[in-house]
Design a binder for this molecule. Structure first.
Ligand code: HEM
Ligand code: HEM
Length: 228
């Protein structure tokens, strides 16, 4: 395993994510992790050792709900201030095609760190398109079931009852996805450069050309040719 690739200011870079996407992404990452740790403490006996960190079970319950409200706010900010970005994101997911299927077929090798030729990808590759559907769906289910459990008096009893297993299952799926996603977006030798896109907003031009050739060509191709 290597650490996050060095941020190379000396090499040409291209913009990948705007400020609102980055701020809300890291906002929901921090709140997701806080909800996960405090939720696991409430969920599993084996996690009792974490209780003192959050000031006991009542403290953990409080942190869970405060983090949940902030998570909702970050998602709200994303929707209000980058609605166009969300529409473009959805349009990109809907472009799922043969190159995405080819990507998913070579992905296990790419994940294990073998050098693979990535078929030309749009803004999000086949795996990221999958992640863009599964993880946000789980987060929406976590939010809906979470608020229903929080205010059981205003919802039908049956809905409150099924919210518990929904919350737990969505937590398990989202956590598995986030573990894989977090590794790919940071320490992974091939795709770790994407971290800088989410942290500082830009990625190396050569990396963008290799990993997201279609997106690069559509977004910067003509401009680069004009400048040459
Ligand atoms: C808006 C988002 C969320 C809200 C409103 C919310 C709310 C709640 C509430 C009210 C409870 C019940 C606490 C109790 O037993 O009294 C709970 C439990 C729990 N939450 Fe969340 N939560 C949210 C997000 C998350 C996230 C992101 C995770 C993890 C990834 C998570 C994991 C858990 C777990 C594991 C439990 C324990 C469930 C059980 O006892 O069966 N929650 N949540
Ligand atoms: C654990 C630490 C995390 C790291 C290091 C990380 C890193 C990244 C990076 C680098 C990207 C941009 C990928 C690209 O260039 O296309 C990204 C996108 C994204 N992140 Fe995260 N992320 C983390 C946690 C989370 C969490 C907790 C969630 C949601 C619960 C999440 C949801 C997403 C989604 C939906 C995308 C867009 C689709 C994709 O690129 O897969 N991330 N993340």
């Amino acid at each position: 395993m290597q650490f996050i690739p060095e941020y190379r200011e000396d090499l040409p870079r291209v913009e990948r994510f705007n400020f609102v996407s980055r701020m809300t992404h890291w906002g929901h990452t921090v709140t997701f992790i806080l909800c996960l740790l405090t939720g696991l403490l409430l969920f599993m006996d084996g996690m009792d050792w974490m209780a003192p960190i959050f000031g006991g079970f009542n403290g953990a319950n409080m942190v869970h709900r405060v983090a949940a409200v902030f998570m909702t706010l970050f998602i709200g900010i994303f929707v209000v201030f980058d609605f166009k970005g969300i529409i473009n994101w959805i349009k990109d997911i809907l472009r799922f095609g043969i190159n995405d299927i080819k990507f998913i077929m070579v992905f296990p090798l790419e994940f294990l760190g073998f050098p693979v030729k990535v078929p030309p990808q749009t803004r999000f590759n086949g795996g990221e398109k999958g992640n863009s559907i599964v993880t946000p769906t789980c987060v929406i289910l976590l939010m809906l079931s979470g608020y229903i459990m929080w205010f059981p008096m205003i919802f039908p009893a049956g809905l409150v009852r099924i919210s518990y297993p929904i919350h737990d299952l969505a937590m398990i799926f989202a956590t598995l996805m986030v573990c894989m996603h977090g590794y790919l977006g940071s320490f992974h030798p091939g795709s770790g450069e994407s971290f800088w896109g989410m942290w500082k907003g830009t990625v190396r031009k050569d990396w963008a050309q290799h990993h997201h050739a279609i997106w690069y060509e559509e977004t910067y191709g003509d401009k680069t040719k004009d400048a040459e």
